[in-house]
Design a protein around this ligand. Structure first.
Ligand code: NDP
Length: 249
């Protein structure tokens, strides 16, 4: 499908693994130029760089720990230096942690909120001057945040707040043509699941498949396609919205 993204400049945070990697590669294959970042070095970075080389285009993969505000600012400066302007931003970088609420320390609370929420706040703030009239921001939320998830109060608090942030910004900047939406994935099969012991991964697959109308988990390309739709002019009259990609949970 042609999303009309040829030559568009797009920043995707956390693009070396999982959903972020899928969005980066789909955008590059659609003809966009992509800047993405990661926190740690390793084979995932090398593999992304190699895959991006095959798509052609002006792509950049940089290290930036978005839990640190100064690193977010450096990433935005990199976008300015490499591209001058941006057409799209995807706030994808996120961390998940499971912990009983009474054991949730302030440090862990901040670690999860810094990466899943504060980074998005600051990325948008720093990228606003770079985004043109047809700019589109996609915030990756979580379908589970709306329902609540035991042991993930901090994570769901961050992801739910992303919806309020998105709606407010849609109203504040809609007048200049900027659109901002949340894409909320359900349970998506990523490398993280392949890295689990096979019996645990299988148990998770069975448990979540049973909760979806489509009786299966989602795939990274299925999420990436919706991200490209929201980045593209095909969604020109959608803003402030939360789009669930959850197989009908
Ligand atoms: P992964 O853990 O597979 O990948 C996360 C990516 O974000 C990696 O590239 C990672 O880089 C990067 N990242 C994490 N923390 C930071 C940081 N502080 N600074 C810079 N980059 C960082 O995640 P998923 O693909 O599973 O999830 C992606 C998004 O989708 C998240 O926001 C998540 O909450 C959301 N989501 C995922 C679901 C799922 O089923 N997978 C369901 C619902 C929502 P590095 O490897 O270097 O740390």
């Amino acid at each position: 499908m042609d999303f009309g993204l040829q030559g568009r400049k797009i920043l995707v945070t956390g693009g070396t693994r999982g959903i972020g990697r899928g969005i980066v590669l789909a955008a590059a294959e659609a003809g966009a130029d992509v800047l993405t970042c990661h926190r740690s070095d390793g084979p995932a970075v090398d593999s992304l760089v190699a895959a991006l080389k095959e798509t052609g285009g002006d792509h950049h993969v940089v290290r930036a720990d978005l839990a640190e505000v100064t690193e977010v600012d450096r990433l935005a400066a990199e976008a300015r230096e490499r591209f001058g302007t941006l057409d799209g931003v995807v706030n994808n970088a996120g961390v998940i942690s499971h912990i009983p609420y009474e054991k949730l320390g302030v440090e862990e609370w901040h670690r999860v909120l810094d990466t899943n929420l504060t980074a998005a706040f600051r990325v948008v703030q720093q990228c606003l001057p770079l985004l043109g009239d047809r700019g589109s921001i996609v915030n990756i939320g979580s379908r589970g945040a709306a329902a609540g998830i035991p042991l993930r109060a901090h994570y769901t608090a961050a992801k739910s707040a992303m919806i309020g942030l998105t709606r407010s910004l849609a109203k504040e900047y809609g007048g200049r043509g900027l659109r901002i939406n949340v894409l909320a994935p359900g349970v998506i099969e990523t490398e993280a699941m392949d890295e689990m012991p096979p019996d645990r991964a299988q148990a998770l697959r069975e448990m979540y498949s049973g909760k979806t109308a489509l009786a299966r988990l989602g795939t990274v390309p299925e999420v990436a396609a919706v991200a490209l739709f929201l980045l593209s002019d095909l969604s020109a009259y959608i803003t402030g919205e939360t789009l669930n990609v959850d197989g009908g949970i």
